[in-house]
Write a protein that binds this ligand. Structure first.
Ligand SMILES: Nc1ncnc2c1ncn2[C@@H]1O[C@H](COP(=O)(O)OP(=O)(O)OP(=O)(O)O)[C@@H](O)[C@H]1O
Length: 370
């Protein structure tokens, strides 16, 4: 394995915004690296530095042992940016020939078209292609010069499920034939399907950088879904043991089974499905279920499963802001009618809704998980 590209203590600012903050990263040959992060995390900025389109304010970016600002270095690099503008009047085959002509050893047009499944489109004008067909062509163009390293910024945005899987297969084949790939995506399923190594970025900082399995293990949450008594699990009082006696002795009667469950050790997050049934992300499902029983919490329909990458990702990128969210949630609780769900997630990539009775969050800090 050799290092094809690296960032060493790289910072890049745009005015008051620090898009990348002291980032260090090596891209080794032979890997598929998934770059994950919410909107504005710094992913595209990182790719633009590797492409030499921007220079860092501090730190060093190296591509194939040289500066990516040198065009001769970039001859071994292939890229598909987030948005491409291909010339509408040209035929697909002409576009491939035009881009291919910039490289000393190019893939023949028919071969590239066959690898990426657009043989039947070669004579079509680019302007007549669907959005998905244009995207497939744009990604294929990154490979026309037989690059050693390819940077793909959200390659399958706008593709339907079938087209996405076809493109994944093409990318896997290119990787198997020796191309190193860095891919950003908002389809977390895509990173799970493609990447061997995952770099999680948020706020311009690297939160995690490890192989896929270890990123999941690092977060280590298990998802436990269950039904608690009464609608929305509010004011259920059928339990025995410490939970029910604690509730019975609560003068205000505001404590709920849900509140008791959320305060059990190891509960990281709570989400609710459309029926109002909770799913708890917990660090140790065995200990959680033991505590449920010990506390006499009445529950039904218990289901336990491992976290997906998306859930791991949300846990990683949310941990630092949870304290702030808790403060927001407290304020919202004062105003919200009883039982109304509170949207505690300010970030656009967040999907969870924290219940107003949730006042305790035991999410690991970034230091602990990263
Ligand atoms: N040319 C620019 N001028 C000013 N701010 C910029 C510029 N480019 C990026 N930024 C800011 O830098 C931060 C990182 O942006 P970047 O595009 O790298 O994020 P990203 O992770 O690629 O986001 P997305 O997933 O939405 O594409 C954002 O706050 C963005 O607004």
């Amino acid at each position: 394995m050799t290092t094809l590209a690296s960032l060493e203590n790289v910072t890049r600012r745009f005015g008051a915004v620090t898009a990348l903050d002291d980032v260090s990263l090596d891209i080794e040959s032979g890997s598929i690296v998934g770059l994950l992060g919410p909107n504005g995390a710094g992913k595209s900025t990182l790719l633009s530095l590797l492409q030499g389109l921007r220079a860092p304010d501090a730190g060093t970016v190296t591509l194939f042992g040289s500066s990516p600002r040198d065009a001769r270095t970039r001859i071994r690099l292939g890229c598909t940016p987030q948005e491409t503008a291909l010339p509408d009047p040209l035929r697909v085959g002409e576009v491939v020939d035009f881009v291919g002509a910039h490289f000393p050893d190019r893939v023949p047009t028919a071969t590239l078209a066959s690898r990426f499944g657009f043989d039947d489109l070669l004579r079509r004008q680019v302007g007549s292609l669907s959005g998905g067909q244009k995207r497939r062509l744009s990604v294929a163009l990154a490979f026309v010069g037989r690059p050693q390293l390819v940077l793909l910024d959200e390659p399958t945005t706008g593709l339907d499920v079938d087209a996405r899987r076809t493109l994944w297969n093409a990318l896997r084949r290119e990787h198997a034939s020796g191309t190193t790939v860095v891919v950003t995506s908002h389809y977390l399923e895509e990173i799970e399907a493609l990447a061997e190594r995952v770099v999680v970025i948020d706020g311009g900082r690297v939160l995690a950088d490890d192989d896929l399995g270890r990123v999941l293990a690092q977060v280590g949450v298990t998802r436990v879904s269950l039904a608690l008594p009464a609608a929305g699990a509010q004011d259920a009082r059928g339990g025995a043991g410490a939970a029910s006696s604690a509730m019975a002795s609560d003068a205000r009667g505001a404590a709920s089974v849900l509140g008791v469950v959320e305060q059990l050790p190891g509960v990281v997050r709570t989400e609710f499905d459309e029926r109002g049934e909770p799913t708890f992300s917990v660090t140790d499902s065995d200990a959680f279920v033991t505590a449920l029983v010990r506390e006499g919490v009445p529950f039904q329909r218990l289901r336990i499963r491992g976290a997906t990458l998306e859930e791991a990702f949300l846990t990683l990128t949310h941990s630092d802001t949870d304290a702030a969210d808790a403060a927001d949630t407290d304020a919202a609780v004062d105003e919200a009618p009883p039982g109304a769900p509170v949207e505690s997630d300010r970030h656009p990539s967040r999907h969870s809704t924290r219940h107003p009775s949730s006042t305790t969050t035991t999410a690991p800090t970034r230091k602990e998980v990263a």
